[in-house]
Design a protein around this ligand. Structure first.
Ligand SMILES: Cc1ncc(COP(=O)(O)O)c(C=O)c1O
Length: 413
């Protein structure tokens, strides 16, 4: 490497400014970048050890479903590993059109466009926020949606998480100051760290009253919520009040890939204007075929949604009985409030020692000092898995001092 005088070296950056990462280094705990793979039905192997998988977004348990993996294998053999190019040029297979048709049918929109990741679907939203437009964004929106609106040319206004009264005021002020500006509201449907839902009824009312367009990122909720699994909008009976959906295949649909779904003229515009679509290689064959198979299974097997939601309810009840705070979660994402980064690191390790893999989450994903262990369940978890997760929280909590020790006679029994 070239020698650069220390003070002016742009590469003079390290991780010590993150209290969370510092706590991991100081405790010797490594919750991140562990090598693992799912082995099916709610289990995984983490660096050679069999564990209960309670830290992934495969809510419906489809990523290892034999029908999904067989479809992926067949597409891989037939079309190869990659399209080696962007959609616009050489990167469009019949499978792209088929998946887009299935997504549009499923959501009841005029059209859909698939992109290579959900992150890129949200980056594409930038194309809808032109100079002179104003975008209003929930402060807890996912990083990809945040980056998408940052890339847009319009002005950004942030509102505190789910504070629709404040949003109303901000919309009023914006209309008074810039009466000709186009307005766009963007929100996650289901928030990925807290497991709560956006206040869609209030958001649709505000959008209508202020003449704003509404974009909902259904990454976590499409496939999971609502009588037909169409997500938060169906859950609230408001499918036709959302102007544009973004989403991913990497959570409920056991694959990898993203999509945008809405009116045909908007989707067409995005196909030719969104840089994350235009300038990136298209979804690969195996991921497309896996997504198509998983969409079909998710629609045909509603027991998966019911099962995972019931498991989440039982998990929250069990954790609360142990004295844990699970916040506002109403979904399979259950954050367990731990507090400081060091305790969170130790708790994460103690849970792994008990044979349960979870996610340790610290700032900036959550506010400083409010670290959580994020637990997720899957439709394919058995009742025994659930018991093992709760037993692990009891034992690990005792070890770390979050759960009181059992009285002596209880131990003796
Ligand atoms: C709310 C939300 N939107 C978008 C994404 C990005 O999806 P993908 O993993 O397909 O890039 C995520 C991923 O974690 C997410 O949680």
């Amino acid at each position: 490497m070239t020698e650069i005088q220390d003070a002016t070296d742009a590469f003079r950056k390290d991780l010590s400014s993150s209290t969370f990462v510092r706590a991991m280094v100081e405790t010797g705990v490594r919750p991140f970048y562990r090598t693992m793979h799912m082995t099916g039905a709610g289990e995984a192997v983490v660096e050679g050890r069999d564990v209960v998988m309670a830290g992934c977004n495969d809510y419906l348990g489809l990523s290892t479903d034999p029908r999904v993996t067989a479809a992926a294998a067949e597409a891989l053999t037939r079309y190869g590993a990659s399209c080696s190019g962007a959609r616009t040029l050489n990167g469009t297979l019949p499978l792209h059109g088929e998946l887009e048709g299935r997504i549009a049918d499923f959501l009841g929109t005029e059209a859909a466009a698939v992109v290579t990741t959900g992150f890129q679907a949200n980056l594409a939203v930038a194309a809808m926020i032109g100079r002179g437009d104003i975008v209003f964004s929930d402060m807890s929106n996912h990083a990809s949606l945040v980056d998408g609106i940052r890339l847009g040319a319009g002005r950004r206004v942030l509102y505190p998480h789910s504070d629709t009264a404040r949003l109303d005021t901000l919309l009023e002020q914006a209309t008074a100051a810039e009466p000709t500006a186009g307005k766009v509201l963007v929100t996650d449907g289901m928030f990925s760290m807290d497991g709560d839902l956006c206040r869609l009824p209030a958001l649709t009312e505000l959008a209508a009253r202020h003449g704003a367009r509404l974009v909902v990122d259904g990454a976590h909720d499409i496939g999971l919520l609502g009588p037909g699994g169409r997500g938060v909008a169906e859950h609230f009976g408001l499918m036709d009040r959302v102007d544009l959906f973004t989403g991913t295949l990497s959570k409920c649909f056991g694959s990898t890939g993203g999509f945008l779904a809405g009116p045909a003229h908007v989707v067409d515009y995005l196909r030719y204007s969104a840089r994350s679509i235009l300038f990136s290689a298209s979804m690969p064959p195996a991921a497309l075929a896996a997504g198509i198979a998983a969409l079909g299974i998710a629609a045909a097997e509603p027991w998966r949604r019911r099962r995972v939601l019931a498991l989440a309810e039982a998990l929250r009840a069990g954790l609360r009985a142990l004295g844990y705070d699970t916040g506002d979660s109403v979904t399979p994402v259950v954050p367990v409030l731990i507090g400081d980064a060091t305790t969170c690191a130790l708790m994460w390790q103690a849970l792994l020692d008990e044979g349960v893999f979870t996610n340790a989450v610290g700032a900036p994903a959550v506010p400083e000092g409010r670290c959580v262990i994020r637990v997720t369940v899957q439709a394919t978890h058995s009742d025994v898995h659930l018991e093992r997760i709760l037993d692990a929280f009891a034992a690990a909590g005792r070890r770390v001092g979050l759960v009181p020790e059992l009285p002596a006679q209880a131990v003796a029994r």
